[in-house]
Ligand binder design. Structure first.
Ligand code: TUI
Length: 314
């Protein structure tokens, strides 16, 4: 059995979060992960407050276990959804794509445990000062919006910099990855890509197929020119976008090219025009299964790996 301080902090069985994937992580997936003993997370993405409130109430009806909401800080509705999570008193709020400190006092007052995703030591320290319960150190292997550093490099630096539980994210897809994260000092992990192919995940079937088929060099990072680097699976859209970034088109035109592309991928399954955000670990994600089985399988494997971790020590 693997137990870490994160299990005790949140009242969860396994120290694993499901990443808050925009247009993908809804109440169905979050409840399935929480019922499986991890922490399921609903993505507030660019949605408004009413949609989020409905999803939170739906998840509450599907599980009596704790679950979280991920607030994407670049959302045009960020103030509204920040208020909704405080009113609904969700157990955990994770944040991404920005600095959450201006909202933290309100969330903490509502009894919410705030666990920001950080991609740098500076933000981790700021989050600790603002009252974070833990931080998620996310490396650039992740899908979606990413920072510069890899998980291998980022996690130990965050562990050294803060006096909080640290979760590792980015490039983790099986028990070996979990064991490696623990070796770096993490006491929990967050996985997105592996949960994207869970049976309970409502993303379009074409999206799942793309992740299941992807090989080692099948993701690409776009969006650097506009300051929002995003990792996604290579297809017509991402190749065109990448080329456009290094052409003479204006920033405004480039920005327009990306509008609606995530919806096209996740909801419509449009293989040519969609933006299929996924991590580099897609290459080892090869089967669809229930979320609960993903969790038990990963932790059985992690336990084996960790038990054998001393094998080279003489
Ligand atoms: O947020 C994510 N992943 C995401 S958000 C998203 S929606 C989106 N779509 C298009 C463009 C941008 C966003 C899709 N995937 N992961 C968490 C994460 N946060 N990764 C990196 C960061 C991060 C980066 C810089 C957090 C803070 C930061 O700087 C904060 C500051 O302003 O100091």
């Amino acid at each position: 059995m693997i137990k870490t301080p994160l299990c005790e902090l949140l009242g969860i069985e396994y120290p694993i979060f499901q990443g808050g994937m925009a247009w993908i992580a809804d109440a169905d997936l979050a409840a399935a992960v929480s019922n499986g003993g991890g922490l399921g997370i609903i993505s507030a993405m660019n949605a408004g407050g009413d949609w989020l409130r409905d999803q939170i109430r739906k998840a509450k009806s599907m599980t009596d276990k704790p679950f979280g909401v991920n607030i994407m800080l670049m959302s045009p509705h960020v103030d509204e959804v920040a208020q909704v999570v405080a009113e609904e008193k969700v157990a955990v709020v994770t944040t991404g794509a920005g600095n959450p400190t201006r909202f933290m006092e309100k969330w903490i007052e509502a009894g919410i445990k705030v666990i920001p995703v950080v991609a740098s030591v500076a933000l981790a320290k700021m989050a600790q000062r603002a009252g974070a319960s833990a931080v998620i150190a996310e490396g650039g292997e992740s899908g979606g919006h990413v920072g510069d550093l890899t998980t291998m490099v980022l996690v130990p630096q965050i562990v050294d910099a803060v006096d909080l539980p640290v979760l590792a994210a980015g490039g983790i897809g099986d028990g070996r990855g979990v064991a490696a994260a623990f070796m770096l000092g993490a006491v929990g992990v967050q996985l997105g890509t592996r949960f994207l192919v869970a049976n309970e995940c409502n993303v379009h079937e074409n999206y799942k197929k793309k992740v299941l088929k992807a090989g080692d060099v099948d993701t690409i990072m776009t969006g650097k020119r506009l300051g929002h680097p995003v990792r996604q699976i290579k297809n017509q859209f991402s190749r065109n976008y990448f080329k456009a970034e290094y052409s003479s088109i204006s920033d405004e035109e480039l920005e327009k090219m990306g509008v609606g592309s995530l919806y096209k991928a996740a909801i419509e399954g449009n293989e040519k025009e969609g933006s299929f955000l996924a991590g580099q670990i897609s290459a080892i994600v090869n089967k669809e299964q229930p979320a609960a089985e993903i969790i038990t399988e990963i932790f059985a494997e992690a336990e084996e790996v960790l038990k054998g971790a001393g094998k080279w020590v003489k």
